[in-house]
Every structure is written in structure tokens, then in C-alpha cells.
Design a protein around this ligand. Sequence first.
Ligand code: AMP
Length: 218
Amino acid sequence: MRLVLLGAPGSGKGTQADFLKTNFDCVHISTGDILRENLREKSELGLRAETFMNKGELVPDAIIIDMVKARLAEDDVAKGFLMDGFPRTIPQADAFDKMLSGMGLHLDAVLLIKVDDELLVRRLTNRRTCRACGKIVSLLDVDLVTEDAKNCPACGGELYQRKDDSESVIRNRLYVYREQTEPLTAWYEGKGLLRIVEVQDHYMPEDTFKGVKAALNL
Ligand code: AMP
């Protein structure tokens, strides 16, 4: 399966990718995760990306396109991929098309996860990430989080709030999404690849996953 997950920040692309990965053998490629790893390692790429990321802005296309090209050259990609957080602009989508056709590959579908803006803000301000295993935890999900909400329910590692999950940065990320990324839905619709799942207020990730499977005919 070769799939692009499209959706605003906080729409649950990473969580749905985790569900899909356990059901179907393919690699999860998150450009945000790759960038954050580079930030931690203080690599040259990380240093170039940091100021954009902290402001909730997009890292320039040329940097991202080179990074994705390098990732797609790795062997594990042969079994299929879930692209999460890429492409985010029309030039990225165009470059991605060219990369894939150069490799003799095509996308099976582009899945748009649609969520209301206020729900996104609520979700993102309550989102925590585990420093040790990278698990994403919501403070809204009382069953999952330990009493003091400081430790990962999976591994006990420290939970932290991403710098770009503060409310003002989130509002900017949503603005950037509407301006630069949303036009991709029409782009992929024109190619007959777009599938949509609408997330309702009361949905748990499992409910969304049912919608994902239905949208993808899985
Ligand atoms: P994410 O974890 O996907 O929300 O990404 C976090 C941040 O990384 C974004 O707010 C951007 O600053 C940067 N980023 C991730 N993917 C891309 C991309 N495809 N194009 C530009 N910037 C990106």
C-alpha cells in the first residue's frame, strides 16, 4: 500500500498511521518526526529547520524534497509506505509525483482526515509526546494517562509538550495548513486519488480508524 495521509495538524494522521501499520506491512514516513530527530541530534538539517518549526511555519520545499528523496531511497520503502505530513505544498506534491514515477511507482490513495478547527486546537493543546518512545498521548484521554499525567502509559518515559503545540503556534499552523496545504485536496481529487474521512467530536481513534478502513475499502 502506498498512501498519503492528509489533514490539519492534530487531525490524527500519526495515530491512524500507527493503526494502519499494525494491520498492513508498510513503513510510516513522517516528515515531522524526521525533522524532530534531526533537531534532537542538532544536525545541519535540524538547525536549518528549527526556526521555521518553532514558529509553526513550513520548512522550505527544497529542504523537505531532498529529505524525502533520501528517505525514499532506503530499501524498506519497497514494501509500501504511509506518507504523513508530506506533501504539504503543491510544489512538494509535484516533486513527489516525479520521484514516484522515476521509481516506477504510483500512489494507491490520498486520505484526507477532516476535523473541525476548534476540536483541533483542543486536541493539540492537550497533546503530549513521550521523550523515550515517541508515543502520542492525549490528556483528554483520561484512561490512558497516569495520574500525574507526566509519564507515558506505554513505557513510563517522560511526557512533554511539543514547542509548536502551544495555542498561538497552533493557530498559525492551522492558518498555514489552510493557505498552503488545503489546495492539495483539489489537486489529488483531480487525479481521482482523494478519499475522505470526517471525524466527529465524540470520536475515539478507533472510531476514526473504522472510517479510514471504509474510505479505503479495506
Ligand atoms: P508535523 O509533525 O507533521 O506537524 O510537522 C511539524 C513541523 O515540521 C511543521 O509545522 C513544519 O514546520 C515542519 N514540517 C513537517 N513536514 C513538513 C513539510 N512536508 N513541509 C514543510 N515543513 C514541514
